[in-house]
Design a protein around this ligand. Structure first.
Ligand SMILES: Cc1cc2nc3c(=O)[nH]c(=O)nc-3n(C[C@H](O)[C@H](O)[C@H](O)COP(=O)(O)O)c2cc1C
Length: 198
């Protein structure tokens, strides 16, 4: 009886401990055709469940869900012509376009935010991954510290709002034209982030 209780207590303890550990990095994404969700899953798998929470589609999230984490990884594709994903660009569901206005007045100071963006550099060479910039701007305005800037070498485009101080403001992946490069890019970026977390 006592032993059974001890086992139960221990199980409960390990559960609450692992829940606490799982709450370290929140992963949220917007998507229309699934690419950004697949990368979110890859991120979660690479970091492991001890570090990363299960990825959540931003259309199912409230600001309070993001505020639970001290570190966030946020992903977005770009739609329309350099716009956020969402209803106005013909996406099937609400997304970052509808979420970002809800951030107004919320305090993200002390929180680290890393962005990743998906886009098509051949199809949209003058609006390449622009949507990432709108996330960058909105979270910065709320006091967040943006981490995870990424070199733009190796991409072929003319213009991108997501280039600030000569670097992308987050990881950029192009599943249409450079899919084969994505796993190594993701791996290198996550290693860089892990160093920024310690
Ligand atoms: C209608 C449409 C518009 C797009 N506009 C842009 C754009 O302006 N800039 C860009 O870099 N990529 C653009 N893309 C490419 C998408 O961002 C890319 O396909 C991305 O991987 C889609 O992500 P998802 O599968 O998560 O929705 C566009 C794609 C479509 C279908």
């Amino acid at each position: 009886m006592v032993r059974a209780l001890a086992v139960k207590l221990l199980n409960g303890l390990s559960l609450s401990l692992s829940e606490e550990i799982m709450a370290k990095v929140g992963v949220f994404f917007g998507t229309d055709t699934g690419n950004t969700r697949r990368i979110a899953k890859d991120i979660s798998t690479a970091l492991g469940s001890a570090i990363a929470a299960k990825p959540v589609n931003i259309r199912n999230a409230e600001v309070a869900d993001l505020l639970k984490y001290d570190t966030l990884i946020l992903g977005t594709p770009t739609y329309g012509e350099g716009q956020l994903p969402g209803l106005s660009t013909g996406n099937a569901t609400e997304s970052w376009e509808e979420f970002l206005p809800k951030l107004a007045g919320h305090d993200f100071s002390g929180k680290k935010v890393a962005l990743y963006g998906l886009g098509n550099q051949k199809g949209y060479p003058t609006e390449f991954v622009d949507a990432m910039f709108y996330l960058y701007e909105s979270f910065k305005q709320c006091g967040a510290t943006l981490i995870g800037a990424w070199d733009s070498d190796g991409y072929n485009f003319k213009r991108s709002k997501a280039v600030v101080d000569k670097r992308f403001i987050g990881l950029v992946l192009d599943q249409e034209n450079q899919k084969e490069l994505s796993p190594a890019r993701l791996d290198a970026w996550l290693k860089m982030l892990a160093e920024a977390w310690v």
